[in-house]
Ligand binder design. Structure first.
Ligand code: PEP
Ligand code: MN
Length: 360
């Protein structure tokens, strides 16, 4: 992909990018009052949803085209750049006509390759920054694929927005962060700016600050935060929006980390050397374990025993979880690591059995 560095975005101010504004544009007064206070707080990009993808019909589905005039008014009066969500070519056309500065693609659109292709086609030949939220499901390829479609249509000013992933069942988050996914995205596309939207991740205003700080600690290039003059009366996402005052407090508390200087880099390198040594020892032990698993596989095969012995597996996990607690390693971490190790052992043993079936 050809992605222009973030300083090519006309909105770049030399710092982390901060995008803030209400979930939805509701009326002119709400938009203008929120925009004025955010502009005074130094925000340079104002967000407001004009078309809202809602889970159930009958909810407020966005004010539509009349709201675009309020965003124009925000631009004129405060000088902030403005951004809104587009989900189809009609939205793109109206947003471009209204002079919206940046577009964002919502999680429910990124997930759909047909919708993404229609949007990409509508943007062919247009030079506008597009921010692409992660798809609702934790699928990095789908996220990258959506960006590739835009890129192929000529969009080079692009950023990803990490807003978390939906899960079934209990969670303290509305959308689980799954930080390993943006970390992997950064590894795959180092030139792509990645912002974080802690508002949709947390789903509750009291979670926004700590999620935003984690994102900055992980080197996010910026944040998108929902702010409303009167969150409790908001027509969408009432529980996660901050008041302008709590937004200001949050921004004051947020710590922006920096890159290490030369001396710090030398120190870090020493730690890294120690980590590399540990990793190399871990690899050797892992290889030894795999060899034993293979020997067990040969034994099971020759005695016609099942590959999976689930009681043994539960015992291993129980023992290791207890040991982990003694060593200060969480049960979740133990389960994650040993599930993958066990899956790999089983895979080897199944391969051995297959060899027998195919007569090898
Ligand atoms: C939004 O930003 O208001 C929104 C609908 O976000 P998402 O696509 O992340 O759910
Ligand atoms: Mn919202």
């Amino acid at each position: 992909m050809t992605i222009k560095p973030i300083d090519h975005f006309k909105i770049y101010t030399g710092h982390k990018i901060m995008i803030a504004g209400p979930c939805s544009a509701e009326n002119e007064r709400q938009v203008m009052e929120t925009a004025r206070s955010l502009s005074e707080a130094g925000v340079k990009i104002f967000r407001a949803g004009i078309w809202k993808p809602r889970t159930k019909p009958g909810c407020f589905e966005g004010i539509g085209i009349p709201g675009l005039a309020w965003l124009q008014q925000v631009k004129k009066e405060t000088g902030m750049a403005v951004t809104t969500e587009v989900a189809n070519p009609h939205h793109v056309e109206e947003a471009l006509k209204a002079g919206i500065d940046l577009l964002w693609i919502g999680a429910r659109t990124t997930v759909n390759p047909f919708a993404m292709q229609d949007i990409a086609n509508a943007l062919r030949g247009v030079d506008i920054p597009v921010l692409v939220k992660n798809p609702i499901n934790p699928d990095l390829e789908l996220w990258i694929g959506a960006m590739e479609r835009l890129n192929k249509a000529g969009i080079t000013k692009m950023a990803a927005i990490h807003r978390g992933f939906s899960t079934y069942g209990e969670s303290i988050y509305r959308n689980e962060p799954q930080w390993q996914i943006p970390i992997e995205l950064r590894r795959r596309l180092p030139e792509l700016p990645i912002l974080c939207d802690p508002s949709h991740m947390g789903g509750r205003s009291e979670l926004v600050y700590s999620l935003a700080q984690t994102a900055l600690d992980l080197d996010a290039d910026g944040l998108m935060i929902e702010v409303h003059i009167n969150p409790s009366c908001a027509l969408s996402d009432a529980s996660q929006q901050l008041t302008p005052a709590s937004f200001n407090q949050m921004v004051e508390r947020l710590i922006t980390r920096r890159e290490p200087d030369a001396a710090e880099f030398v120190n870090l390198e020493m730690y890294r050397k120690r980590i590399d040594d540990c990793d190399s020892r871990l690899m050797e032990i892992l290889a030894e374990r795999m060899d034993i698993a293979r020997e067990i596989g040969i034994f099971k095969k020759s005695h016609n025993l099942t590959v999976l012995q689930s009681e043994r597996y539960s015992d291993i996990i129980d023992t290791l979880e207890n040991k982990g607690l003694e060593l200060g390693i969480t049960p979740q971490c133990i389960r994650n690591i040993f599930e993958s190790i066990h899956t790999e052992s089983i895979r080897h043993q199944l391969e051995l059995i297959k060899d027998k079936q195919s007569g090898n």
